[in-house]
Structures are given as structure tokens and as C-alpha cells.
Design a protein. Structure first.
Length: 69
């Protein structure tokens, strides 16, 4: 895999975060976690999440341990 290409995956913590009856995450984060699911290539993530703010949220979700990539 070339540099910069990644497969993002939702972690067990990420799954619990979106399955909670009252999620503690903002809807934008829940949406991204739902989209990424069990695995999504970084190119697909960039296509699906076109807004710059969404790309920033990816980094935040990764820092929180809710996704890995």
C-alpha cells in the first residue's frame, strides 16, 4: 500500500459509541462512524466525506480510539 493509503475501521469503542441509546457524540461523528463501519479505504473516505470539517473529525475520532487506520 502506498504512503497515505489507509484502511479505516471502527473500533469496538466506536461501535459502542454509536449503539448507545443516547450517544455522547455529536451527530456528525456518529454519521462518520456509521459510514466507516468495519472497513473503508482512505480514498473512499475522502470521496464520501467531501467536507474539510469531516476530514478533521476523522483525526479526532482516531485520537479518541473510536476508529483505527
Amino acid at each position: 500500500m502506498a504512503t497515505g493509503e489507509r484502511i479505516y475501521r471502527r473500533t469496538a469503542s466506536g461501535l459502542r459509541a454509536i449503539q448507545a441509546e443516547e450517544p455522547e457524540l455529536a451527530p456528525e461523528y456518529v454519521r462518520i462512524l456509521a459510514i466507516i463501519g468495519d472497513g473503508m479505504h482512505s480514498d473512499v473516505v475522502r470521496t464520501v466525506l467531501r467536507r474539510h470539517a469531516d476530514h478533521m473529525r476523522i483525526a479526532e475520532l482516531e485520537a479518541q480510539g473510536l476508529i483505527t487506520g
